[in-house]
Design a protein around this ligand. Structure first.
Ligand SMILES: Cc1ncc(COP(=O)(O)O)c(C=O)c1O
Length: 427
């Protein structure tokens, strides 16, 4: 059984970590516990045995749809969870743990993005989507609308309906960077302004952007801020993928100006970077003082639903997990390199813009005449992808691919997709 499976079984993890520590000490390298060799050896059967949604929902298929990484747990998080269980720390979340999460989150923001944020403005929630629900319920309100650039992370489109909030989908544009000649995604600021001018006062910003991997530039953030200021717009700012930036740098939106800080309710989490979404502890950064009053009156119940085990895992991740994360990031970067190369060579007819961040890619099979590529690849290649249509009208003929899997499985995944297309004479 491949070693990454063992990372989910704590005793084996300790043995593996000890062996790896010894190996790395011999090589004079810093020990992070991220074992790329073991991950490379992990098979689809191993991952199915672990039992994640990604590898069990479509038996016998390569799971590339849900946004999880297949790299096990950072040993420091594993140890923190073990110790919490040993000491029976599984009650309702106590105030000191909320504070520890806030301080650890602030520390990560400062060290990774230079944002010197006061822990006093950071709150905990079970997950980022809970924060989105609070935004829709308390700041947008029933009968109003929210602008969502598309393709979008699926719940940004489906959740507003639960609060009687209309979604105004605005398709992203594609252009060419004048200096590099590379294709890039661009906001349709004219259409966004028209929606604001027509009375919409809410916007969803996802940066880095799932599913297209766009990383906003300072100029883009400034343009958005100007428009939001002119039309009195509140912004739900999802920065959950911030640690995954391969080109440029992540600029937290609230840091660009006082206006941006006032406009935004920011949500983030260690859940993507450390693969702990099931531990249920995200963070909300309330840079608008009025939101803090609203929160005290109307959102405290969400804090209470946050998991203590998640607070423990998250605090450890932010405080101690960076060496593991950096190794995970290098692994994802290698996967992205492979993916990018193959898209430019073997899949050259497919619509594709290189993701600058996240571990997700967006592929348009419209040029090959495939209407429903998710169903096509599930049936013909046994690869499970996200149907682009769930990411908005812009997603017809497209799929979302998660490339954070073992490298050899990504090779297999791409081969299967390629072979299916070739067998049908589409490449
Ligand atoms: C952009 C984005 N936001 C939020 C989430 C969900 O985060 P959470 O599990 O904290 O709700 C995801 C998960 O894939 C995501 O990609």
């Amino acid at each position: 059984m491949a070693a990454v499976v063992c990372t989910l079984r704590h005793r084996n993890t300790r043995n593996r970590a000890a062996a790896m520590l010894e190996r790395m000490e011999k090589q004079n390298r810093i020990f992070s516990g991220f074992d790329a060799d073991a991950i490379d050896r992990t098979t689809a059967a191993d991952l199915a045995e672990v039992g994640s949604d990604k590898w069990t929902r479509y038996p016998g298929c390569i799971g590339a749809f849900i946004a999880e990484m297949d790299y096990g747990l950072a040993p420091c998080i594993q140890q923190a969870i073990d110790s919490a269980c040993d000491h029976c720390k599984l009650g309702y979340i106590p105030e000191p743990w909320k504070r520890r999460v806030a301080e650890a989150c602030a520390g990560w923001q400062k060290s990774h993005y230079g944002w010197d944020v006061d822990p006093d403005i950071i709150r905990v929630v079970p997950d980022v989507l809970e924060a989105y629900e609070i935004f829709l319920r308390e700041l947008v309100g029933a009968g109003n609308a929210v602008v969502v650039p598309t393709p979008a992370y699926m719940p940004f489109l489906s959740v507003p309906k639960l609060y009687d909030v209309d979604v105004i989908e605005i398709e992203m544009l594609q252009g060419t960077d004048e200096t590099t000649g590379e294709r890039e995604w661009l906001f349709d600021f004219n259409a966004i302004e028209r929606a604001f001018a027509a009375g919409c006062h809410a916007f969803v910003l996802c940066n880095p952007h799932n599913p297209i991997g766009k990383v906003l530039t300072l100029a883009e953030e400034q343009r958005l801020c100007e428009l939001a200021e002119r039309y009195d717009v509140r912004i739900f700012n999802d920065e959950i993928h911030a640690p995954f930036v391969f080109e440029g740098r992540h600029i937290p939106y609230p840091t660009i100006s006082k206006a941006a800080a006032r406009q935004s309710m920011t949500a983030t989490s260690a859940s993507k970077s450390f693969n702990i979404p099931g531990t249920k502890c995200a963070q909300v950064l309330l840079t608008n003082p009025a939101d803090r009053e609203m929160w005290a009156e109307r959102a405290e119940w969400s804090e209470h639903q946050t998991a203590t085990i998640g607070a423990i895992a998250t605090t450890t991740a932010y405080n101690e997990g960076d060496p593991w994360f950096q190794d995970a990031l290098s692994y994802v970067r290698r996967n992205l390199g492979l993916f990018d190369k193959q898209m430019r060579t073997r899949f050259s007819g497919v619509g594709y813009i290189r993701p600058r961040g996240t571990y997700i890619a967006w592929l348009d099979f419209g040029p090959l005449g495939i209407d429903d590529p998710a169903a096509y690849f599930l049936e013909k290649a046994k690869v499970a992808l996200t149907d682009g249509r769930s990411c908005g009208r812009a997603g017809a003929g497209c799929v979302r691919v998660n490339m954070a899997m073992p490298y050899p499985l990504l090779v297999d995944c791409l081969n299967r997709m390629h072979d299916a297309l070739q067998a049908d004479g589409l490449l």
